[in-house]
Design a protein around this ligand. Sequence first.
Ligand code: ATP
Ligand code: MG
Length: 139
Amino acid sequence: MTDRTFSIIKPDATRRNLTGKVNAMLEGAGLRIVAQKRIQMSQAQAEEFYGVHRERPFFGSLVAFMTSGPVVVQVLEGDDAVARNREVMGATNPADAAEGTIRKEVAESIEANSVHGSDSAENAAIEIAFFFSDDEIVG
Ligand code: ATP
Ligand code: MG
């Protein structure tokens, strides 16, 4: 089934001018970028976006990292978009990521791991609505 997921190219990747490389890997995996914008996330946005991790020891550092530079927020469309994107992203820790995945090829560390991808269709819908209005998404 064709569906949508939400993606972020994180500050470690924008800093190293790797947005095109990441996008080529996403497109190579069969995902279509149907919305995209480069933004500076505010502290409040980052805290709300990663609110599920509020109690984790790395939360403060994660929020600081996500606001340390521009990010590119995206809506991706494709067959089984959520699972397909998680597959091309690779494991959270790049040391565990499979060959050919974005995190294996690009990520710097478990925190500075270059990309975010929604972990369920339900969260994808919530995350897309957090950053995009309907008229910004052109499939
Ligand atoms: P994301 O939600 O960004 O797609 P994920 O689903 O693979 O990543 P989560 O467990 O949801 O991983 O963690 C969210 C983010 O928090 C990670 O992508 C990473 O940037 C950071 N993070 C996770 N675990 C750690 C850790 N142990 N130390 C530092 N940062 C971490
Ligand atoms: Mg996650």
